[in-house]
Each structure stands twice: as C-alpha cells, then as structure tokens.
Ligand binder design. Structure first.
Ligand SMILES: [Zn+2]
Length: 585
C-alpha cells in the first residue's frame, strides 16, 4: 500500500510511476506536481495535480481529454482500456448494456465527438463513489451534449479530476470518515417528499413532519438531547461537561423549494450530525454546549414568508404571520395545530423559542454554495465574508394597447419595449465588477396578443450587494433611469416593494477560525460573498455568524434536482468543521 509520506519521499521518477494510473496516459501531470512536494495532506496533493492541469496549455488539456476512452465504446468492447477504466466502466454496469443502451451510447459518442473533438468523460463512480446507474449516465450524456463548447471542456476537465480523486482514494486506501454517511442521509431525506417525483418538503406538510421525525431519530442516536419547538425546529443538544458553559449553534434548514436539491439546507444539518456522532462515539466533549438546529422553514414555499425557523430562534418571529393562508386557504396557525404544535398558546410558545444572546458564542452554518464560484476555482471549500443584502420590487408598466398594424411606430406607448429598456438598464448598472448583481426574473405581458401593442407589462427587480450603500445607490440610479424611460415613452409606472434586507457581514473572528481550519486541512483559504439568503442572516440578529460553503457540482446549479456534490467534499468539510469546533474558544 502507498501512503502520502511514501509519495513525499520517492524520487521524481518513482513518484510519477506510482501515480501513473491516476490521470489517463498523462505522466506530465504528476511530473509537474512533483515539484510541489512535500504535500501536507491528500487535499494538497489533489490540488497540486489539478493545478498542473489548469496551468497547462489548451493543447495539453485537449490531449489529456483525448487520452480517455469512450464510454462503452469500441476500446471497451475490445478490452483495450487501462485497468482503472475497465474497473470503473464495469462497476457502473457499462459492460452489461442492453442493445438499446449500446445503440444510444454509440450514437451519443459519435455526436459528442463531432461537436467537441474529444470523448465524453464522466466519473462513472459518481458523487458518492458507489457508481451511477446506466440510466443516469445516459441522461447526463444527453444533457451535456447541449453545453456550449468552453463550458463542456471545463466540465470534462472537472470530471477528469473527480476520476483522479477516486483513483487516489483507492491507491492510498483512503476511507472517508464522514462523507459517505452524510451523502447517504441526504439521499434518505431526499426520498421523503410531498410530490411523487422530485423533492418538495414544504412547511408543516406530511413530508416535512416525517423529515423532522427522521432528523430527531438520527440526532438522538448520535448522542444528542432532542427538542422540537413550537414552529417545528428540531434541536439536538450536545452538552459540555460544565453546565454553565455557553452555547455555539450550528445548523441550517430542512424545508426545500419545489422540486429542489438534496443538499440545500440539509447539508448544514447532516454534516454536524456526523461530527457529533463521531465525538459521542469517542466520548469527547467540547468546552461549550453545541446545539444543532434543523430549522423548520427558510424557503418561503407554502406561506411566502421566509426564515420562519431561524427568526423564531432569533426572537424575530412575526406573530401576525400565523394568519397567513396557503394556496388551499389553510392558515399557518391551523397548519401548526394539525401538525401537533398548536396545543398550547402559540402567542406565548413561539416567543419562548428565542435564545438569550448572553448565552451564545455564535452561529456557524455549512451550506452548499448554490453557485459556480468554488467549482470554477477548483476548491472544495470557501469562507463566506457576508450575506448580500437585497432589494426586491414588482413594477407595473402601463402603456396603451393598440393595433399592431395601424399604429405608427412614433405613436406607440409600448409597455414591453419600455420593460426591455429597463432590463438592459439593470444589467448595465449592475455590471460594475463588484459584488453588485441585478436581475429581472419575471417579465410578463398580461393578456398579450400577437397583433396588439403591449398595453401593460409586469416585471420584477432583484438587486443585491455585499454593501448596503452600494446596493442602495444602485437602486436609486435604476429608479432614476426607469423614471426617465417611462417619461420619454409616456408609460405609467406603479412600484411595489417586496423586500428590503440589509447585508449580514460574517464575524472576522469566526471567519478566521474557519479559514485556519481550512488551511490546516492543506487547502488555501478562499473567501467569497453569499449572494443567496441563509438562516445565518436571521441569526445575525442575536449572535455573531459565519458560514462555510461547499462546492456545488453540475455548473453550480441549485434549487433543482440536478444539485450535486461529492462525498469527498462533504468529508473534507466535516473534518474542517470538526477541527474548527475543537479549536474554538
Ligand atoms: Zn438553503
């Protein structure tokens, strides 16, 4: 068996020889990485190999991609693959394709090669390392065939690195301590859904209650004391030896958007769960009480009001929301009562959830990034600097619906044309290169017809930035611009403000603690802004907060069944968080 210290000691030729099967027919990769030795950790070795590829010329990168065999292609059938590829393809059952599946793969291979000039590469052992099904492989193949060329080349290289990661685990006989359990739990929770296909777990539905019960069972089995509060938060407490110790809170939400991903929210619950299970098994206590809170609601799907769970813990739950109705006309109060939370007086049980800030050490949340930044950087983890503040508006433009054939261009009051100008104004004003982003996500011509000039147009506006000043300045400029557009085009304007949320900066002390743990794992510290809102934003009202982001696969897609991450990334995130917990004072 090879160990990391063996790899650090070998001469360059022997190092390259030992790693020859990690990257398909490309000894230049370990050769270039060899100069970075000694490696402090497996993560550092992986990163050095990856960097050798990133710094290579495009020609070298293409030659690496072209060194890979087709999936279930001619070479596989002829038994001409490397030992590594043969094993991987067989583990996914690619050697047992039906005639239809062979035909589909054959056709896809030809189309893919013609489009991109290299073979389709997929780590067929998948995110867990246990192997993708043939159906999943073929579906991914079809989807990626539609990618733009530069995006697909980047994705192919990422798959090459994932293949190398799995092969390195085999070579060094690495057993992931936390990752597989986290992935397995996420899969089990992902199967509990309000819908038959896809994952939907909306507030206080039957799937939501079953998810809470499952989490409580797991937390109890991991050695925690369990409480489920009046809004449905599931809290597991791992007590310190000293009863008067303060409390560090970690956690995230277990509700999902409609047809959402398995890791959004849940990762931040399951990862600390694996850590506490580990601590409990070792009989190890932390010098503070650790509370793991699975927040009942963050996404706002059922009652259109977000952060219900974390706002309750922060003492900011707005009791008037209890009268809000869902689309079936059920009030939140009734939904809570039906779920068994309403036996007592909610007006007193909900405020009682609030934590006393004086007892708290801080709040740390792990969350999948839900964007492409870490993926493009080739890093598994990032330290969040702040959660962006946001401003959201609904605009209604009123023009004049008139005949598309008879109204001269100079005599129109076209609401959609004004909206088009507004979309480009938002894009232009927000393209400053900083953290500012602006989006028109909804754009509609109500009751529009093909032969009628749009008389009305409805559009949304979402503007976010790390700094409130920067965001508010952009909002002012955009509304000045909108006024000018509407005046010039003689368009009426109605504005409804939907949301105004201040940015929540993370505490430098906690960020440094996370950053140092990342570095001790052999990875560079990389800081990034969270453009999405998270429970940490609500918790910032009562205590210092910090967040650790994990890399999001599939181009960074989230709020979607395609959301994905790997067992290896979950594992290193867990080891970093455990290290942070142990060193935290
Ligand atoms: Zn989330």
């Amino acid at each position: 068996m090879t160990t990391l210290s063996d790899l650090n000691r070998l001469d360059t030729a022997a190092f390259v020889e030992r790693l020859h099967g990690i990257y398909e027919h490309s000894p230049w990769i370990p050769e270039r990485a060899a100069t970075q030795r000694p490696f402090a950790s497996l993560a550092a070795l992986k990163l050095a190999l990856q960097d050798a590829v990133s710094l290579a010329s495009e020609g070298e990168q293409l030659s690496l991609l072209r060194a890979h065999p087709e999936l279930a292609g001619k070479a596989a059938i002829a038994g001409a693959l490397t030992a590594e590829s043969t094993g991987e393809q067989a583990a996914s059952g690619l050697d047992r394709c039906s005639p239809d599946e062979y035909a589909a793969l054959h056709e896809l291979n030809a189309a893919y090669n013609a489009r991109f000039g290299f073979p389709f590469i997929l780590a067929v052992k998948g995110p867990t390392g246990q192997g993708l099904t043939r159906q999943a492989i073929i579906a991914t193949f079809r989807r990626r065939l539609g990618n733009a060329v530069p995006d697909e080349m980047a994705e192919a290289l990422r798959q090459v690195h994932r293949i190398a990661e799995i092969r390195l685990n085999g070579l060094l006989d690495i057993q992931l301590e936390f990752g597989p359990a986290i992935m397995d739990w996420a899969e089990q929770l992902g199967a509990i859904s309000d819908d038959d296909d896809g994952l939907t777990c909306a507030y206080m539905t039957s799937a939501h209650r079953r998810t809470a019960a499952q989490l409580a069972d797991w937390m109890r089995a991991a050695g925690m004391e369990i409480a489920i509060d009046a809004v449905g938060n599931v809290t597991g407490r791992y007590a310190a030896t000293a009863p008067d110790a303060k409390t560090l809170i970690t956690g995230s939400h277990y509700d999902t958007v409609r047809n959402g991903g398995k890791y959004d929210g849940r990762l931040g619950i399951l990862l600390p769960l694996a850590i506490v299970r580990h601590l409990h098994a070792r009989g190890e206590r932390l010098p503070y009480h650790l509370e793991l809170i699975a927040f009942a609601e963050e996404e706002g799907v059922r009652f259109r009001s977000t952060f219900l769970g974390s706002n309750a813990v922060a003492g900011r739950f707005d009791l008037s929301l209890l009268d809000t109705l869902d689309t079936d006309g059920t009030s939140m109060r009734t939904a809570l009562q039906q779920a068994g939370h309403g036996s007592a007086d909610l007006a007193s049980t909900i405020p009682a959830i609030a934590r006393d800030p004086a007892t708290l050490l801080g709040y740390v949340e792990v969350h999948i990034e839900q964007g492409p930044v870490l993926l493009e950087k080739g890093l598994p983890l990032g330290v969040v600097t702040a959660i962006a503040g946001s401003s959201r508006y609904l605009l209604e433009l009123e023009g004049l619906a008139s005949h598309a054939g008879t109204t001269p261009m100079t005599m129109r009051r076209d609401a959609a044309a004004a909206a088009a100008e507004i979309v480009l104004l938002v894009e232009g004003r927000c393209s400053t290169g900083g953290s500012l982003v602006g989006t028109v996500g909804q754009l509609a011509v109500p009751d529009g017809s093909v032969n009628v000039i749009p008389g009305r147009c409805r559009l949304s506006l979402d503007i976010r930035a790390a700094s409130d000043d920067e965001r508010l300045a952009a909002v002012r400029d955009i509304f000045d611009g909108i006024d000018a557009i509407c005046a010039r085009r003689r368009i009426g304007l109605r504005v409804e403000k939907l949301l105004e949320a201040a940015a929540a900066p993370c505490a430098p002390r906690l960020m440094d603690g996370l950053g140092e743990a990342v570095q001790r794992a052999g990875l560079p510290r990389f800081d990034l802004l969270s453009g999405a809102g998270h429970d940490a934003m609500a918790m910032a009202a009562v205590t210092e907060v910090a967040m650790l982001f994990t890399r999001c696969g599939n181009g960074g897609i989230s709020h979607n069944p395609l959301e994905t991450m790997t067992a290896d990334d979950a594992d290193i995130a867990a080891r970093v968080l455990l290290d942070f917990f142990r060193s935290y004072r």
